[in-house]
Design a binder for this molecule. Sequence first.
Ligand code: GUN
Length: 288
Amino acid sequence: MTAEVARQMRESGVVPKLAVVLVGEDAASAVYVANKARQAERIGFASLQVRLPARTSSAELSAVIQRLNNDASVHGILVQLPLPPHLSAEAVACEIAPEKDVDGFHEVNVGRMTIRSSRSAFVPCTPLGCMHLIHRAIGQELKGLNAVVVGKSNIVGRPMATLLMHAECTVSVAHIHTRNIEQLCRTADILVVAAGSPGLVRGHWIKPGAVVIDVGINRLAGEAGAYRLAGDVAYDEAVEVASFITPVPGGVGPMTIAMLMKNTYVAALRAKRADSQRHVGVQPRSYG
Ligand code: GUN
């Protein structure tokens, strides 16, 4: 997937630039941000990291985002989540120019994706990556399959359910208040788990032959201050029952980064097209 983006980039001559903003000292976020920047540079993108202290005010963060919005050399902007509690992720997402919102969290992109608008949206990277994995396991046709999404976050659960509905699946969303969650999961031909709860989904919750996508990345304390990563699915049990299951780490994570690269490349390509249209006198599209 990333190799395909790199090839398209070489052919088009467009060099995308991704700006990643990290607020605070969250250790896991620092690792994710470093991975994103490393991958961007590895495939030949330009990248920019902005690190801000945890005490950064919303006005200060807005000023940084406005500067990046106005910088024509930057094509994609990502503010790593979670943010410190005094900052609103939803408000911050809506300050990023929609055409640079490679996370797909701005309400314009959420709206376009939800109504399947022909004016193409940026789709959040993790659900997009999960859809690629599901198609890899099952093929293009998902019509009529039962899909269960565990978790209803804005980053994964909600957009994931929307994409599965667009693929004509019958979709259920389970969450903390769901009754008989085990029984519901057992109806799933496609089970996507993004609950943030290590080992929540056990082997006997899974329908034999199901496709299981584990989005959870939980850091569990190990010995001597070390930690290990665990998914939301009890992998050793599930692997005996599922026809396809993603490991943690190494399953969904690399796919999310690949989708981020794809979205950033698309943003750069659109910026180049908008620029050449401006030069021939076509009015740029407004978001007002
Ligand atoms: N934190 C966890 N996943 C994501 C993501 O996809 N985008 C951003 N910006 N922050 C995250």
